[in-house]
Design a protein around this ligand. Structure first.
Ligand SMILES: [Zn+2]
Length: 100
């Protein structure tokens, strides 16, 4: 769900993303690609995926909604409607967050 505008100099990716669930191909420049969710993380100890396993998945917006829709809170993303940026979305470690 990347809504930023790409500068003209940003290299294009010729490989389409493929949804891990339904196989939908999302080529560069397709609005579906902008709405895709890419999951990629290293699991910790005691993870149900296995200690320190790498977990990856690509999900089109349709599969995201079909899989998690009832549990997602969807708003217009405006202040005052309960929306706030999650600290992890700021690309900082928790100890780097500003103090109030
Ligand atoms: Zn899909």
């Amino acid at each position: 769900m990347n809504h930023r505008l790409s500068p003209a100099t940003e290299p294009r990716n010729p490989d389409p993303l493929a949804c891990s669930r339904c196989g939908r191909l999302m080529p560069d420049g397709d609005s579906e690609r902008d709405e895709a969710l890419v999951v990629s993380f290293r699991a910790g100890f005691w993870s149900i995926f296995g200690d320190e396993s790498h977990v990856e998945g690509i999900f089109c917006q349709h599969c995201l909604k079909a899989s998690l829709g009832p549990w997602l809170r969807v708003t217009e993303g405006r202040l005052g409607d309960g929306w706030h940026e999650h600290p992890s979305a700021r690309g900082r470690q928790l100890h780097q967050l500003p103090h109030d």
